[in-house]
Design a protein around this ligand. Structure first.
Ligand SMILES: [Zn+2]
Length: 398
């Protein structure tokens, strides 16, 4: 299989899950006139025979993926809360003067950092999203984070105490560019802090629906450590987070004598115990994922002949489910974000509507595509008397 492992540079990779031609998870269509121009791309997930890293080896051009990105973090309340607590965590643990964030989105972390008296500078490749951040008075630069942009930031603001990226590092086909940028920008005793989707949660909850074109890599402590150390960073802390249905936070230092926390050693042991970094584990994951998709596809196709069914939560997961399980029959996809409501779902072209539409036409079933937020959604729509369903970790009706 062609390709090079993003973590260990190994050349032996093999496919674990082939989802066929899929639309982009974030490729919401502005209206029926956009259907003719919609594109699909092959989506094949690989693992590395040497280190077990789960990855997409043939990425879609980032200009196609992120140029008009319709995901604004500040519209998702649990994310806003996450970034507020992340800002507090950074302040308490490191008391930084300057934090630079790559993949800053609309400034959802920059804002609480600034409120805490920390200078916060963000970089993001999406022009429309950085415009939103600047409109809120935040320091956001449109472009890639690499050695060149790091030097530009350093000359304007000085060296950084923290360089961080939350759900951005693993989306990048060239993690080395980010690591070179971080090395360039950080003070010698600075810290690189990364948050990313965690291969452990992918495995634990069978989250195949997060395997989309944007999400190039699912790191673990075991797979990211050799990558970081090639660029002079040693992992000093690792912990699991509940964000996005499960994430990994890594702290890395360029200091030679840095020793890892107890939590880091515990996670290392957990990964060994679960054989997380072994390719055979991921072969089994691929087989089980296909079986889950088949169960949802067949169950809902049978229900759709008698009952009305709507989806809830027009995030990337929704694109994955409605396409992989061929849910062309959904009456609507409910979402509170003004960036998505009024658009059409990628692939199935289901209309995305605000929650008040649901109240006007209550269906028999609501399929919660944003299943990791099911409790929150259900409490917001407590008036609904029909049947709720979530697809993962197991198909469930309640
Ligand atoms: Zn590898």
């Amino acid at each position: 299989m062609k390709g090079t492992c993003r973590a260990c540079l190994g050349s032996q990779l093999h496919p674990i899950l082939d989802l066929g031609e899929m639309p982009l998870a974030g490729g919401f269509l502005s209206g029926p006139e956009a259907i003719a121009g919609e594109r699909r791309f092959p989506l094949v997930i690989h693992t590395c025979d040497a280190c077990g890293l789960v990855q997409i080896t043939e990425p879609v051009d980032p200009d196609v993926l992120f140029q008009d990105y319709a995901f604004s973090s500040s519209t998702v309340q649990p994310l806003v809360q996450h970034f507020q607590s992340y800002a507090s965590w950074l302040k308490e643990r490191f008391d930084p003067r300057l934090v630079v964030e790559f993949g800053c989105n609309d400034g959802v972390l920059l804002e609480p950092l600034e409120k805490a008296g920390i200078t916060a500078v963000g970089v993001d490749i999406s022009q429309n999203i950085t415009d939103m951040a600047r409109d809120r008075g935040l320091k956001a630069i449109a472009g890639f984070f690499d050695a060149e942009s790091a030097r530009a930031i350093a000359s304007e603001y000085g060296r950084a105490d923290i360089v961080t990226g939350s759900n951005a590092f693993a989306h990048n086909d060239h993690p080395e560019a980010i690591l070179e940028g971080a090395r360039e920008l950080l003070k010698p005793d600075g810290r690189l802090v990364l948050e990313m989707m965690y291969a452990g949660d992918l495995l634990d909850q069978l989250q195949w629906d997060t395997l989309y074109h944007e999400h190039l890599t699912f790191y673990s402590l075991g797979t990211i450590s050799p990558l970081l150390s090639r660029y002079g960073f040693q992992v000093t802390h690792a912990e699991r987070l509940p964000m996005h249905g499960g994430a990994l936070r890594i702290v890395a230092s360029m200091e030679a004598n840095a020793s890892p926390t107890a939590a880091t050693n515990e996670l290392d042991a957990w990964e060994s115990g679960h054989r997380l970094n072994e390719p055979e584990t991921w072969d089994e994951f691929g087989r089980r994922s296909l079986s889950k998709i088949r169960i949802v596809r067949d169950t809902f196709a049978a229900l759709a002949s008698r009952y009305s069914i709507w989806g809830y939560g027009a995030a990337g997961k929704a694109t994955m489910w409605v396409n992989a399980a061929a849910m062309h029959y959904l009456g609507g996809m409910v979402d509170a974000s003004p960036l998505r409501a009024g658009k059409l779902m990628p692939g199935t072209h289901t209309p995305i509507v605000f929650p008040d539409e649901l109240k006007k036409h209550p269906p028999d079933y609501i399929f919660v595509t944003a299943w990791n937020y099911a409790d929150l959604i259900r409490s917001k729509e407590s008036w609904f008397e029909g049947i709720w369903s979530t697809p993962l970790p197991d198909l469930r009706f309640f």
